[in-house]
Design a protein around this ligand. Sequence first.
Ligand code: NDP
Ligand SMILES: N[C@@H](CC=O)C(=O)O
Length: 358
Amino acid sequence: MSRYDLALIGFGGVNRALAELVFQRGDSLAEELGFALRVVAITDLRAGSLVDTDGIDLAPLLAAEPGELDFAGLPGGSTDPRNEWVIRHVPSDVVVEATFTNPADGEPALSHVRWALESGKHVCTTNKGPVALAGQALKALAAEHGVSFEFEGSVLSGTPVLRTAQSLFGGLEITGVEGIMNGTSNYVLGRIEEGVDLPAAIAEAQELGYAEADPTADIEGHDVQLKVMILANEVLGADLRREDIFCEGISTITPDEVRDAASKGLRWKLVGSATRNEDGSVDARVAPLALPSHHPLAGISGPVNAVSFHTDLLGTVTVSGPGAGRIETAYALLSDIIAIHQRHTSATRRVLQETHLV
Ligand SMILES: NC(=O)C1=CN([C@@H]2O[C@H](COP(=O)(O)OP(=O)(O)OC[C@H]3O[C@@H](n4cnc5c(N)ncnc54)[C@H](OP(=O)(O)O)[C@@H]3O)[C@@H](O)[C@H]2O)C=CC1
Ligand SMILES: N[C@@H](CC=O)C(=O)O
């Protein structure tokens, strides 16, 4: 039985939910997947850092209220997050990056990912910043060090959009993508249709764990801009920068417009899209649209999101599922660890076969 020792960077909604999965389902996951998981380090801006190379006892951490965690008083604990030291020097197999997404320059997450890959550790992240702003460079760094860089949760949380396109669409040409890619704004628009005001709807999305640390990114479309960039670069082979993608959020639509449209059978949705042109260039944009009820994206409600892939042989294929949520996003991290396990297990088997050891 293999085992993966995890270092969790950031201990907010998502990484805490991953710790819950490890704690509550570790044994059944090991039986099903053939590997065990152990958390050996946690860092967090507020709680500090905690290290136990024999495996951290997660029970007391998960029993505490999130805002009350303080690692300083615990054996192996410190008030300082010590991110670089933990990432580079604490023995771990996978660094799980889930600090806040910074749409401007991806930091500090970008440095966290670099330090981990340079140290020969696999990385899983739900953080959109490093993937959108430096995805290709980070994949090259991972390859150079013989490790994996996985980021399924950076688009549509645990709903497997990237892996579907990359693993299951072999032989298809994808000509464009279009979708609702932000759980918070979609939830907020639905609540406004129901008569709730904007600040109250945003507060609900925060409470439910959908919103970014700064929900401006959800409301003004910057979060979708990063996701469109990731899809365009990963799936359409583009090399877009943020400034290439027109971006307008939902704050330009008034609650009256949302309710008035609903009374006429139209639903305002924040739609992100990227299309490949005949010359190979890719155009991408994010903007609110009032969709008629027969549009495939009009019925996508609440924190559920959807991405439609336009393809040559299958026409349009739509993947729909949770776009946000703590446990849903933690599942994306688990699916990344499964992908790492599968890739490195088959690579090891190949080497053994080539050397006639199996
Ligand atoms: N929640 C969701 O539905 C989804 C989230 N994501 C992404 O996953 C990531 C995590 O999301 P989520 O858990 O909801 O966010 P949270 O804000 O709940 O958690 C982030 C945690 O990281 C901590 N942190 C911030 N900066 C640092 C730092 N420099 N070193 C160590 N810890 C730090 C924060 O501490 P403090 O609170 O003190 O600032 C906080 O505890 C984000 O990048 C988000 O965009 C992706 C898909 C869906
Ligand atoms: N804040 C984001 C979380 C996932 O990326 C959203 O609401 O979709």
